[in-house]
Design a protein around this ligand. Structure first.
Ligand SMILES: C[S@@+](CC[C@H](N)C(=O)[O-])C[C@H]1O[C@@H](n2cnc3c(N)ncnc32)[C@H](O)[C@@H]1O
Ligand code: SF4
Length: 410
């Protein structure tokens, strides 16, 4: 969740949605994202809406206390129940993300999940994930989460090399993320993800191979690998500007992506979204698939985004402002936009083209269709899928996914 919020129209105090948003809701799956906006320290590359204890001192700091955060989120979930009315859908996915969710007690995460269960009910096969930092969990903590209903966990590993972690301001004990996978399996987690970052200044191809080997060797059933984005306003961006560390390089990113894809495929992982690989269909992250396929999700917590039936809204960013809104019995929504049909078409192309199943050619306009023919000729789209009416990226196309998307939305 990026930290800069868009502009938009006001959200009413009671959070009510326009009636059309709930039309046909029964045919769409519903997920919950629960944001935890706290971190022990801020990593120099990270632009997410998260706060360290010292950043929360001062204005709004008392309200923004971690101690009653689970109660605030439960309050927003009760508001969601009122807004969605007698919507009978059980919740298909719950994803607790951050920040560092595991800075809270395991019991707090279980209570937030309990609020979703109490208000909406969970589908029998609901996917329930939390993100976790490797240093902030132990076997007892993981067991409590598992007993409380979590069945998927995602660890931020980023790299196996200490000098790379240092540039990223990460402080893992060597081998800790890999040990977390074993601890999560021992606690009974069915699905375990490791997040990796490639292209960090100072990382070599061999460093990246070592990280891939370590991640694969740990035995997760899902991996995410992201090119390092240098976000404006971060410490990393400042260090690069001052010349203290070199700028990241697109060609290096492309090489590292190819190395990663080859290593994952050889180890039995298949890509299903440009930055995500899983060992089976069941190992895919269903929650992210809800986002990518335009389903309905409610994002609770400061700065969280939601989408229901073509209405997209976002909450106030600061934890103090969030607590104050809920404390006053108001929606924490800061703004919203009603997506027009054209917005939704563009969004489908943006998101679905990055999936292994690709996007239907029938939703492209003439200029986009002409661009797709060119992309096909350039080897960026798969010929057999194209013949069958879908734009599906080839491996080369995945390297240039953003550019292909830009051309196809015209
Ligand atoms: C926002 S973090 C939350 C999870 C947890 N706090 C952690 O850091 O492991 C989710 C993931 O986003 C990715 N990420 C965050 N900032 C990034 C950036 N600037 N470039 C690439 N990936 C980034 C990291 O891989 C990270 O694991
Ligand atoms: S721990 Fe995760 S969320 Fe927190 S600052 Fe680091 S990358 Fe961002």
């Amino acid at each position: 969740m990026p930290s800069v919020l868009p502009d938009g129209e006001n959200v009413p105090d009671d959070g009510a949605l326009p009636p059309h948003a709930l039309e046909g809701a029964g045919d769409r799956p519903l997920g919950f994202y629960l944001h935890v906006p706290y971190c022990a320290t801020r990593c120099g590359y990270c632009d997410f809406n998260t706060y360290t204890a010292s950043e929360l001192r001062g204005a709004g700091g008392v309200l923004a206390s971690r101690d009653n955060y689970a109660d605030q989120v439960a309050e927003e979930i009760r508001l969601a129940r009122k807004v969605l009315g007698d919507d009978p859908r059980p919740v298909r996915t719950v994803f607790v993300g951050g920040g560092t969710p595991t800075l809270l007690d395991a019991g707090d995460l279980v209570r937030m999940l309990g609020a979703v269960r109490d208000e909406f009910g969970l589908a029998d096969d609901a996917e329930v994930t939390t993100e976790a930092n490797p240093e902030s969990v132990n076997p007892a903590y993981l067991a409590e989460l598992r007993e409380g209903g979590f069945n998927r966990i995602s660890f931020g590993m980023q790299s196996a090399k200490q000098h790379v972690l240092k540039i990223l301001d990460r402080t893992h004990t060597p081998g800790r993320p890999e040990a977390c996978v074993a601890e999560a399996r021992a606690a009974g987690f069915e699905h375990v993800n490791l997040d990796l970052i490639y292209g960090t200044p100072g990382e070599t191809d061999d460093d990246w191979r070592a990280s891939l080997d370590a991640a694969i060797g740990a035995g997760p059933d899902h991996v995410s690998a992201y090119a390092l984005i240098v976000e404006e306003g971060t410490q990393l961006a400042r260090r690069i500007r001052r010349g203290e560390v070199p700028m990241t390089d697109d060609d290096v990113h492309a090489d590292r992506y190819l190395i990663a894809d080859a290593a994952f495929e050889e180890a039995g992982f298949s890509w299903y979204e440009v930055s995500n690989w899983a060992t089976s269909e069941a190992g895919r992250c269903l929650h992210n698939e809800l986002y990518w396929r335009g389903a309905d999700w409610w994002g609770a917590g400061p700065g969280a985004h939601s989408h229901v039936g073509g209405v997209r809204w976002w909450n106030v960013k600061h934890p103090g402002a969030y607590a104050a809104a809920l404390g006053a019995g108001k929606s924490p929504g800061a703004g919203r936009e009603l997506l027009a049909e054209e917005d939704r078409r563009v969004e489908r192309i943006l998101l679905e083209l990055r999936l292994r199943e690709g996007v239907e050619l029938s939703i492209l306009k003439p200029a986009g269709l002409a661009a797709s023919r060119k992309a096909l000729g350039d080897g960026l789209l798969d010929p057999a899928s194209y013949e069958a009416g879908r734009a599906v990226l080839t491996l080369r196309g995945r390297l240039l996914a953003d550019a292909v998307v830009r051309d196809l939305v015209d």
